[in-house]
Design a protein around this ligand. Structure first.
Ligand SMILES: CC(C)(COP(=O)(O)OP(=O)(O)OC[C@H]1O[C@@H](n2cnc3c(N)ncnc32)[C@H](O)[C@@H]1OP(=O)(O)O)[C@@H](O)C(=O)NCCC(=O)NCCS
Length: 158
């Protein structure tokens, strides 16, 4: 099967934070941000696999800085690791105050997506072509994260 590089399926998604997206302090709601992270990640996984994908897991997420009402939020997603049917995607989030031009890195999340066929059964995806040193470092770290994830999964299986 053909291999694809992380660059080929990279996604950049930009949104304006509107009143309906915020809490009483005017900060972007955590749940709304997670929705955007999930959508950006899914698009990168779908581009990589050319398949429908489902979210299998989301690793822990830290909210480093609030994203405020009226700011621009940018999500950058790229595939970091590929198994037989699953893909790990890194999503990085940045906020931007368009009045001052100040940009802040606010979040990073790793998600695992599984490509599925029309019967929702996991289906094979193409391999990952590692082009850069950064691709290689991410891939090695992802393999460790995956084994931790699968241990947790075994622990929660009933
Ligand atoms: C994700 C799902 C398709 C996996 O199906 P399954 O029958 O458990 O399939 P398998 O055990 O064969 O696993 C398939 C792949 O998913 C990976 N996987 C499954 N659960 C995982 C988890 N919690 N975290 C990371 N990877 C996981 C497996 O390691 C395997 O990867 P590989 O093929 O690259 O080796 C199934 O659990 C599912 O449909 N879950 C619901 C998804 C959903 O509704 N998400 C929210 C809306 S999109």
């Amino acid at each position: 099967m053909k291999q694809k590089s992380p660059r080929e399926s990279m996604v950049e998604m930009t949104e304006l934070v509107l009143p309906n997206d915020t809490n009483l302090l005017g900060n972007l709601l955590g749940g709304r941000l997670m929705h955007l992270v999930d959508v950006a990640g899914a698009m990168a996984a779908q581009r990589h696999s050319n398949r429908i994908v489902v979210t299998a897991s989301i690793d822990s997420v830290e909210f480093k800085h609030p994203v405020k009402l009226g700011q621009i939020v940018t999500l950058k997603a790229r595939v970091t690791w590929v198994g037989r049917t699953s893909m790990e995607v890194l999503v990085e989030v940045y906020s931007e105050d368009y009045m001052t031009g100040e940009q802040k890195f606010t979040n990073r999340a790793y998600l695992t997506f599984v490509a599925v066929d029309s019967n929702c059964r996991p289906t094979e995806v193409c391999g990952l072509l590692l082009e850069t040193e950064e691709d290689r470092l991410e891939y090695e770290a992802a393999a460790i994260r995956r084994s931790e994830r699968l241990k947790r999964r075994e622990g929660t299986n009933c």
